[in-house]
Design a protein around this ligand. Structure first.
Ligand SMILES: *Cc1c(COP(=O)(O)O)cnc(C)c1O
Length: 363
């Protein structure tokens, strides 16, 4: 049979090795997984308590409208209920955006390096991709604006950017939105919003009425510690949400994900604690990198992108033998770097020891 011709251009997502396989291969019993920016502190106690007495109704379809979570979320982020769409992770909303707005003959503009799912899904839909290199990890917003033409339908901003960790400033964001033509949908992916220093908040949620071409993506997978449940959301004006609802599957988030997200959302103390602990670990690790003289990108997230004296792949191979899984920059399009999640402090001390040793052996 004949598949879409665009499928020939790309390969299925290459999952990292599973923890069990690594344990067996290297004969180690504890693995520290720092490759997917999950929350090392787990999830809120209130979620655990809920699960202890949870009586699942797995025989019943979920509420496709996600009414209860929608109500709480709208109240919390101060938008109207009709301005929200939920997805099986925010990644599914990336898919919906591509399905609704991208097709052969149009183009889409994004940074490079950035979150790879924008490009992946845009290629599937047959759109032309315009990638604008980041400058020291920052989006080149002027370069991105210049790349826009009359066939540009979607532009992707990721702030803070994955994999560089760098945020867009509020001033630059507003200037960008004021200049960007109305016919271009601006996607602002804030997957790491909860980790952002509050003084650097773009306050983009307050801008969705002003900018009719803006959609903001957020997720419960990162700071909320719920990556395994698959739930995230998008916020935009009603017209965009209505169009995305046409392509959305009728029961695209599960009942359990909806219920747990609602409980997690209410627990602000957990998010506060997570971001404070993360900040402590980050500052300590940055001081360590300064001591050994390794360059790093300023990060407002729970991960760091660090330049390495050898290829990132070599550092990856070395660390995995000691039970640490990181992402080699070669897989992310930035050679001679590694990206790793900021884990528990004791694990990060251990990683510092390993990297010091590596620095000795390779300088
Ligand atoms: C992790 C991540 C997402 C997707 O997370 P979901 O689990 O699909 O909600 C989206 N964007 C960026 C930049 C991410 O790092």
């Amino acid at each position: 049979m004949k598949a879409k011709s665009s499928l020939k251009q790309i390969a299925p997502y290459q999952q990292g090795k599973q923890i069990q396989d690594i344990k067996r291969q290297y004969q180690i019993d504890r693995i520290v997984k720092l490759s997917s920016n999950e929350n090392p502190y787990g999830y809120a106690d209130t979620v655990r308590q809920f699960l202890a007495s949870y009586e699942p109704a797995f025989d019943i379809y979920p509420d496709g409208h996600t009414a209860q979570l929608r109500k709480d979320l709208a109240y919390k982020i101060k938008v109207s209920e009709s301005e929200i769409i939920f997805g099986s992770g925010s990644e599914e909303i990336v898919q919906m955006i591509c399905r609704a707005y991208l097709f052969q003959g149009v183009n889409t503009v994004m940074a490079t390096p950035t979150f790879p799912q924008y490009k992946h899904n845009a290629i599937i839909e047959g759109a032309k991709i315009k990638e604008i290199p980041t400058i020291e990890g920052h989006h080149d917003l002027n370069g991105m604006l210049e790349a826009i033409d009359q066939d540009t339908n979607v532009i992707w901003l990721c702030s803070p950017n994955n994999p560089t960790g760098t945020p867009i400033t509020k001033q630059d964001f507003i200037a960008f939105m004021d200049t960007c033509p109305q016919h271009v949908l601006v996607v602002l992916d804030e997957a790491y919003y909860e980790y952002l220093d509050k003084t650097k908040d773009l306050h983009a949620m307050e801008q969705i009425q002003k900018y009719n071409n803006l959609i903001i993506l957020r997720t419960f997978s990162k700071a909320y510690g719920l990556a395994g449940l698959r739930i995230g959301y998008g916020v935009a004006n009603k017209q965009i949400i209505n169009q995305l609802n046409v392509v959305r599957g009728p029961f695209n988030t599960t009942s359990i994900a909806q219920q747990i997200a609602q409980i997690a959302l209410a627990n602000e103390a957990f998010i506060e604690k997570t971001s404070q602990q993360n900040l402590k670990v980050k500052l300590d690790f940055q001081a360590f990198l300064d001591r050994i003289g390794w360059h790093y990108y300023t990060s407002e997230t729970n991960f760091m992108l660090v330049s390495t004296p050898t290829s990132g792949t070599k550092v990856f191979d070395y660390l995995i033998q000691h039970g640490f899984i990181v992402r080699p920059g070669e897989l992310l399009g930035i050679p001679n770097t590694i990206r790793f999640t900021l884990g528990l402090q004791d694990d990060m001390y251990r990683m510092q020891e390993l990297l010091s040793l590596y620095q000795h052996q390779n300088s």
